[in-house]
Design a protein around this ligand. Structure first.
Ligand SMILES: [Zn+2]
Ligand SMILES: [Zn+2]
Length: 348
């Protein structure tokens, strides 16, 4: 079977490897589609995992189930359309009990084999039991690839603790920023403001429900935000770009009593300097949001089923597995693309 393997940021190869042999509690899927994650195009992040089979947003059809599963009333059958989460928690430890699934040791050590951009994928027992979801018959595989990234946004908006009527500012309107725009109102936001420097993205945000956009290449970001908020600034700020300077901007843009969400890590050599009294006397909350857990993927599936987040809105480019390199480069450049996905064989 073919896989797309990254050796370094500039070296992606299509290789032929054997289809994995499943154990008696595992399952095997024939991959139908897999998204390329905007997080996977941060060179320092992906290169520490290299060599690695790319992709962690796959959907597919179950083609084989481990023999023991038949004795355990598994909810899955051969032929099911499924979303598979690449990490799955134990659901038993201290972290899982608090809902902090991504801190669970099992979550951090589980993975699908060999990765998402692969013609077949082995789903280990824990992933199958604790974070594999059946797609509704009517949901397309393309829509299914959005479950994992949408779940990351669900978690981010949950951690933002939006109060009814809040103004939310979303800094960075790549695909993840656009998903925040699409979902913010579902979590209670009233006014949605997007900020970016690329016209295509600013237009998309307006199309997807943003009330205002700030073009930071042309406008003074803080002055414009003051105008749009009667000098209050934004109750909630989502920081998308992966840099400490974007985080600083986020802290400057938040209203007193408000919350800043760091949605993306900074680069590993950066430090964030904060004036503690600036945040103390304003009661500013800073929260992070790393990846997502099984509660978030279930909610994401519902938002996609309802048509709030769809491939029709967000998937701008589709590629065959042989073109993974091209898809990866386009995702890295972003510009006039939102989501790039790899499609396998017959489309549906
Ligand atoms: Zn992702
Ligand atoms: Zn756990």
């Amino acid at each position: 079977m073919k896989v797309a393997k990254l050796y370094s940021f500039s070296d992606i190869r299509i290789e032929d490897i054997p289809v994995p042999q499943i154990g008696s509690y595992d399952a095997l899927i024939k991959t139908k589609a897999c998204g390329i994650c905007s997080g996977d195009v941060m060179p320092w992040y992906i290169e520490k995992k290299a060599p690695v089979v790319l992709g962690h947003e796959p959907v597919g059809e179950i083609v084989e189930l481990g023999s023991a599963l038949y004795h355990y009333n598994t909810p899955f059958s051969v032929g099911d359309k499924v979303f598979v989460h690449h990490h799955a928690p134990c659901l038993n430890c201290k972290y899982c009990n608090r809902g902090d699934y991504v801190q669970c040791n099992t979550w951090q050590n589980t993975k699908i084999i060999p990765g998402g951009i692969s013609e077949y994928i082995l789903i280990p027992e824990t992933n199958l039991k604790n974070d594999t979801l059946k797609l509704p018959e009517t949901m397309s595989y393309e829509d299914g690839t959005l479950i994992e990234p949408t779940a990351c946004v669900v978690k981010s908006l949950k951690r933002a603790s939006i109060k009814e009527g809040d103004t939310i500012l979303i800094i960075g309107l790549g695909v993840m920023g656009q998903m925040h725009v699409l979902l913010a109102r579902e979590f209670g936001a009233k006014k949605i403001i997007g900020a970016d420097m690329i016209q295509f993205r600013l237009n998309k945000a307006l199309e997807f429900g943003a009330d205002h956009v700030i073009d930071i290449s042309k406008e003074n970001f803080i002055d414009r935000l003051k105008d749009l908020t009667n000098n209050f600034m934004a109750d909630i700020v989502i920081v998308g770009p992966n840099s400490a300077s974007a985080m600083q901007q986020g802290i400057k843009a938040v209203a007193s009593g408000g919350t800043v969400v760091f949605f993306t890590p900074a680069r590993p050599d950066e430090m964030l300097t904060i004036d503690p009294n600036y945040i103390y006397f304003r009661d500013i909350n800073i929260v992070t949001s790393y990846s997502c857990g099984p509660d978030d993927t279930k909610k994401a599936l519902r938002f996609i089923s309802k048509g709030i987040v769809t491939a029709g809105k967000l998937v701008t480019h589709r590629f065959a597995i042989e073109e993974t390199e091209k898809a990866y480069r386009l995702t890295a450049k972003a510009k006039d693309s939102l989501k790039c996905i790899i499609e396998f064989g017959d489309r549906q």
